[in-house]
Design a protein around this ligand. Structure first.
Ligand SMILES: NC(=O)c1ccc[n+]([C@@H]2O[C@H](COP(=O)([O-])OP(=O)(O)OC[C@H]3O[C@@H](n4cnc5c(N)ncnc54)[C@H](OP(=O)(O)O)[C@@H]3O)[C@@H](O)[C@H]2O)c1
Length: 325
């Protein structure tokens, strides 16, 4: 088969369309013929040599895919050759074939095509697990989403609105904020011009954000804690603004607030399977009823994955960049 390999870490040109060995499904795994995958920010880090795949994972990039089941490994029940699926992966999506642990497979939501479904598994699993399984976002609460126009942000806006939360987003341009508004965001903060702490306070009558989904890490740590409400939950899933920050524990203590940081990719199979099952139960019906949609900025050929990386690096996109095999 062909896959995007990274012979030498580097810029987008480090991604090379190469002939490689076909993967073989082991116990509890299926082989999927890939229809499409999508670009995630983590793929850029892997390409640069800064994010090694977890032990046992495919060496090729790609944290999600859609496609058709081509073979079943031993002990797989509930799926058949020919089934159309999408999947959460620990790697290997940038390829014509990939092996998937059975607990990470999802059916294609009714009404959606294979290519569109490739944009869903990583953002649905990340957002559902963090906003609801970790932060327990409730109807009527206020959530602050940094990077509202990102792949993660566009899914988070829709899911938070679907459960009846008030949504505050940050983005770096008014054009991107306008897209966030179309998706349902209530309060728009241009982080280049406005202070999100002030904007959150103003929007909540001084209450603050009950939940914050953060992708900036150190750079926003103290301001995020300032923006939290009493008993607020700050969940950090990205470190785009650095990993080492200063935290005033006095502020955290007075607010009885929590700071949590999580990462999906290296989690044990059983934890990923539980998250994928929750996504199927809670998110798939919202997609099938049209309440939540995959937000796709563009679809590029998989062999030209480097173009997708350039676009993501330049911050051109709103939502996801899909790569079609
Ligand atoms: N921990 C996990 O399990 C996990 C899983 C998936 C993703 N993630 C993380 O989630 C983040 C989003 O991932 P993605 O694939 O959706 O990437 P993406 O689409 O490339 O989004 C990156 C976002 O960062 C925003 N941003 C940059 N500087 C900012 C600032 N100062 N304030 C607020 N936002 C800022 C950008 O907003 P503008 O373009 O508006 O400037 C952009 O929307 C990444 O950090 C990724 O590593 C974590």
């Amino acid at each position: 088969m062909h896959a995007i390999t990274i012979p030498q870490p580097g810029g987008p040109e480090a991604l090379v369309w190469s002939k490689v060995e076909d993967p073989v499904p082991g116990e509890g795994e299926v082989l999927v013929e890939v229809a499409a995958t999508a670009v995630n920010r983590a793929d850029l880090l892997q390409r640069q040599g800064n994010y090694a795949p977890p032990p046992g994972a495919s060496p090729y990039p790609g944290l999600e895919c859609s496609g058709t089941v081509a073979a079943l490994g031993p002990g797989v029940a509930g799926w058949a050759v020919g089934d159309e699926v999408c999947a959460l992966l620990a790697g290997g999506g940038y390829a014509e074939k990939v092996v998937v642990p059975v607990g990470q497979l999802l059916p294609i939501p009714r009404g959606l095509g294979l290519v569109a479904a490739a944009a869903l598994p990583e953002v649905a699993a990340t957002v559902w697990s963090n906003l609801f399984m970790v932060a327990h976002l409730h109807p009527g609460e206020t959530v602050l989403l940094h990077g509202g126009a990102s792949g993660i942000g566009t899914m988070a806006i829709q899911l938070a609105k679907a459960v009846g939360a008030k949504v505050v987003v940050t983005a770096g341009s008014d054009k991107k904020l306008a897209r966030c508004k179309e998706l349902g965001a209530d309060v728009l903060v241009n982080y280049r011009e406005q202070d999100f702490v002030e904007q959150v306070r103003e929007a909540t009558g001084g209450h603050g954000a009950d939940v914050i989904l953060d992708i900036m890490g150190a750079k926003y740590l103290s301001r995020n804690v300032e923006a939290l409400a009493l008993a607020g939950r700050l969940v950090i899933i990205g470190l785009q603004g650095g990993r080492t920050g200063e935290l005033d524990l006095g502020v955290l203590l007075a607010k009885r607030a929590a700071v949590v940081a999580t990462s999906l990719r290296p989690r044990p199979l059983a934890e990923k399977a539980a998250i994928v099952a929750a996504v199927r139960e809670h998110v798939w019906p919202l997609i099938e009823s049209g309440v939540v949609k995959p937000i796709i900025d563009r679809v590029l050929p998989l062999a030209e994955a480097s173009q997708g990386h350039r676009a993501l690096e330049a911050g051109e996109q709103v939502g996801k960049i899909v790569l079609q095999a």
